[in-house]
Design a binder for this molecule. Structure first.
Ligand SMILES: [Zn+2]
Length: 343
């Protein structure tokens, strides 16, 4: 009888092991396209070289550490995720940074992969989604990215920090019918304090955009919480590069140091590599605007700024979009844009 129980226990244990093996296989399948990573996997499995950390350090996030306000925000996000048939969001699985809230009091949260107190972490990538609330797909894109990096921390590499803000303009996303502008009717991507803002922002909005409400730059530069949030993140983390995910223009745009600038060559090479890794995704030199992030960070501050416009806002295809750009994003995270690193 005891033997029978022992056999049953053993069988049960084996059946519990199976899913873990399955998981391992699938993650390897997902990785197989990227040479540097497969090398690093081999290295960690080689007993001779495995003196250093054998297993990747999985990110443990204290899910109970979020404030009640952030917890309520995550509940709300879950409701919208199920509305778009995306399943449950993983919002509750992260301990979010939260300082600033939107006009309607929704937290504008961010999460950091890597030790932000470690000064050696010099290569910082800031990735943001949901700047325009009616661009639904980028928000899911950022959550897919968060989950990917949490499960595959070896993708982040040494001395890299990844700062992710998955929903910059929550008020607009949390509307029955989401809007491009924020709760105060401002296009937060025309509200950055670029040098020409005072002179041109309102004038251009009236003349070129015929006072289109969707493009209102705001009563003054930096008047909006969502814009202040982005400016402060960039000032705080001093990212080597910014990747801003939008939809649906189907293009990859670059603003930043030009080719002849000290870091321009590497920055432009990254643009080409990202496009190559995403099936030769269309690169377009879209103009930058008065009060836009590309103008403020890329043009005026020489921070390479990549605007990735996803193919469209069809929320049924979100997983496909993340898969398409997964390798490109991994590469970007690991590229510190030093000229000597350009391949
Ligand atoms: Zn947009």
């Amino acid at each position: 009888m005891f033997k029978l129980i022992a056999v049953l226990v053993l069988l049960q244990a084996c059946s519990q092991i199976t899913p873990i093996n399955k998981k391992d296989t699938s993650s390897k399948e997902m990785d197989h396209n990227e040479a540097p990573l497969s090398q690093s996997i081999k290295q960690t499995k080689d007993p001779k070289t495995a003196q250093a950390p054998k297993k990747p350090v999985y990110y443990k996030t204290k899910t109970t550490d979020n404030t009640d306000k952030v917890k309520r925000y995550c509940d709300r996000l879950d409701r919208y995720f199920s509305k778009y048939s995306w399943g449950k969001s993983s919002c509750h699985d992260y301990t979010w940074h939260h300082v600033r809230s939107s006009h309607f009091g929704n937290p504008i949260v961010w999460f950091v992969f890597g030790d932000e107190k470690d000064k050696a972490n010099e290569n910082v990538t800031f990735i943001e989604c949901g700047v325009h609330g009616d661009e639904i797909t980028p928000v899911k894109f950022c959550y897919d990215l968060l989950e990917d990096l949490k499960k595959n921390p070896n993708k982040i590499g040494k001395n890299n920090l990844v700062v992710i803000a998955p929903l910059v303009t929550p008020d607009s996303f949390f509307r029955k019918k989401p809007t491009r502008t924020n709760a105060r009717g401002v296009d937060v991507n025309r509200n950055f304090p670029t040098k020409d803002w005072d002179k041109s922002a309102i004038k251009l909005w009236k003349s070129r955009y015929k006072s289109d409400k969707r493009r209102y730059p705001g009563p003054k530069a930096l008047s909006e919480q969502e814009t202040i949030f982005q400016v402060n993140i960039i000032k705080r983390y001093k990212p080597n590069k910014v990747i801003s995910i939008h939809a649906p223009l189907t293009l990859l745009d670059y603003d930043g140091p030009q080719f002849n600038h000290e870091h321009g060559k590497a920055a432009k090479q990254l643009l080409v590599t990202m496009s190559d890794k995403a099936g030769k995704y269309k690169v377009s030199n879209y103009p930058f605007f008065t009060g836009s992030l590309g103008n403020w960070a890329g043009n005026e501050r020489n921070i390479p700024t990549y605007t990735l416009e996803l193919p469209n806002s069809d929320w049924h295809k979100t997983t496909r979009y993340y898969k398409l750009f997964r390798d490109a994003i991994h590469h970007a995270i690991n590229d510190n844009l030093n000229t000597n690193q350009v391949k």
